[in-house]
Design a protein around this ligand. Structure first.
Ligand code: G
Ligand code: G
Ligand code: MN
Ligand code: NA
Length: 254
């Protein structure tokens, strides 16, 4: 309850900030975009994970205000990157119950002169389970604007395949549990291969998440997964470090 109260002042006090984890071409390693990941630096308790405070923020709908702040900050940051670099923002069920969300995306993108198609909105399957109609409406609005929609943590929900038909997603993010699970390497490769084949049939771009080793990168690359994200490439970076990474790539490869 103390956290919930503290969270109400966190934006005003400048305690929330975003890190940006590179999402790269899985073959070349070159940065294609960044996922914005929220952090809270609490004055007493130090760094608190979104796993802990997002559920608290959802209880009393603070997530709507916080989520809008995240979108605005992510757009400001994207404005500093080259025009072919996308930014990916996580959006939870409660946020999609906010019928003004698409307008907020539009305003933030326009104010920062960031092209609509550079924005990817990441949602999880549970989001669609929780509030069908309004959520679907907002997602369709965003997509009509040109934003991309990604199904995040794919494979962890219970209705995975049917949800793929429920909304015309642009990207599919394979959950890291497929790489980190206890299954044998060949079994994991087979499952990932099936997901990639399915995604290709549906015209979806696949992002492999939680890639930590070269072996994991190869499994995904060989099955046709286009993009990768994980500690092998880079951890979530400060805005400055993210920009430095882009500048370094620009000098190295011209
Ligand atoms: O980066 P990290 O592993 O700590 O993120 C943990 C979880 O928090 C992930 O599931 C991620 O999707 C979620 N998360 C991170 N940033 C945001 C955010 O800005 N909004 C929402 N709704 N979830 C976020
Ligand atoms: O939104 P999503 O649930 O996909 O959030 C991604 C989460 O995965 C973030 O918390 C991020 O910090 C974390 N993450 C990013 N790269 C890696 C990785 O290589 N390994 C593991 N275990 N976690 C990662
Ligand atoms: Mn995500
Ligand atoms: Na994920």
């Amino acid at each position: 309850q103390k956290l919930k109260a503290d969270l109400r002042d966190a934006i005003a006090r400048g305690e929330l900030f975003l890190l940006f984890q590179p999402i790269v071409n899985i073959v070349s390693g070159r940065t294609r975009g960044f996922e914005a990941l929220l952090r809270w630096h609490h004055p007493e308790f130090g760094l608190i994970s979104p796993v802990e405070f997002i559920p608290i923020a959802e209880e009393d709908n603070q997530i709507v205000v916080i989520g809008r702040w995240v979108i605005a900050e992510a757009c400001k940051q994207a404005a500093l990157w080259p025009g072919d670099i996308f930014v990916s923002v996580n959006v939870s069920a409660r946020q999609l119950a906010d019928s003004g969300l698409a307008t907020h995306f539009r305003d933030c993108l326009a104010d920062n002169a960031v092209g609509y198609r550079r924005m990817t909105v990441e949602i999880t399957e549970s989001t669609l389970i929780e509030n069908d109609d309004v959520a679907l409406g907002v997602l369709h609005e965003l997509r009509a604007m040109g934003c991309r929609i990604a199904l995040d943590d794919f494979g962890t929900g219970y209705a995975s395949l049917s949800y793929l038909r429920r909304f015309p997603f642009d990207k599919l993010k394979i959950d890291k549990s497929f790489l980190h699970g206890s299954a044998m390497a060949e079994d994991r490769a087979a499952i990932i291969g099936m997901i990639c084949a399915l995604a290709q049939r549906l015209g979806l771009e696949v992002v492999g998440e939680g890639i930590e080793t070269e072996e994991q990168r190869l499994i995904l690359a060989q099955t046709g997964c286009a993009l990768g994200q994980g500690y092998l490439f880079d951890k979530p970076l400060s805005p400055l470090d993210g920009t430095a990474r882009l500048m370094q790539e620009a000098t190295v490869r011209g």
